[in-house]
Design a protein around this ligand. Structure first.
Ligand SMILES: Cc1cc2nc3c(=O)[nH]c(=O)nc-3n(C[C@H](O)[C@H](O)[C@H](O)COP(=O)(O)O)c2cc1C
Length: 199
């Protein structure tokens, strides 16, 4: 089995980075093959722009969906995007590891969707949900938060975390990825702290 991990955190010593290391080690020990895109460390540009397609924005109107569709037809999608889609195609499980920043994924991960889920290549109007490119694959959305479990309940002080995560999970469903049931990140952090103390 193969897993692809997408890490969207700037610090290699963070809780998030450590969670990807723990996941990689556990899965490798079980015989899985792991690929990883550590978006900050590879200098991923989360902003979709004309330059990625070899022209400047002033040359033409930069209509993103048309440009992505043409690049898909001409086999000229940007190299990282092409390779990342291949890694997704090859994976049985895709792990998204990110911190909750202002109720949303860190911006670099939003940009990953803007660029990697390219129109024509990954999706089109008839290429969604049950016809999604990644149908049959599982996703694990591993989000860390800074707020307590009590605050993240329905009508809690910080709002309903399931509602906040819904947009992300719906986005995955559109491309055929089915997400695993969520685990409480606070519980995970406590477990991780205990594990670190022991080791
Ligand atoms: C810009 C920014 C915005 C944040 N917004 C939230 C938030 O909306 N909700 C929340 O629970 N925590 C928020 N936090 C706290 C982080 O989610 C928390 O520190 C992080 O998940 C811990 O993981 P780390 O040690 O790997 O950074 C925010 C942190 C930053 C830096």
């Amino acid at each position: 089995m193969k897993a692809h991990i997408i890490l969207a955190h700037p610090d290699s010593k963070s809780f998030n980075a450590n969670l990807t290391n723990v996941a990689s080690n556990i899965l490798r020990n079980k015989g899985w093959e792991i690929t990883k895109s550590d978006l900050y460390s590879i200098g991923f540009d989360p902003c979709e722009r004309a330059e990625h397609y070899g022209f400047s924005e002033s040359d033409y109107r930069f209509d993103v969906q048309s440009v992505q569709r043409d690049a898909s037809k001409n086999n000229s999608i940007p190299l990282f995007v092409k390779e990342e889609i291949e890694r997704l195609d090859n994976a049985d499980l895709v792990i998204f590891q990110y911190p909750m920043w202002w109720h949303l994924p860190s911006a670099i991960l939003k940009g990953w969707f803007d660029r990697v889920f390219a129109y024509g290549e990954v999706y089109a109007s008839q290429k969604r949900f049950e016809n999604g490119r990644f149908i049959g694959k599982k996703a694990l959305v591993s989000v860390t938060v800074g707020t307590s479990e009590e605050a993240y309940h329905h009508n809690g002080r910080s709002g309903d975390i399931d509602l906040m995560l819904w947009l992300f999970i719906f986005l995955l469903l559109m491309w055929g990825l089915v997400s695993c049931p969520r685990m409480l990140p606070m519980a995970l952090k406590q477990g991780f702290a205990i594990q670190m103390k022991k080791s």
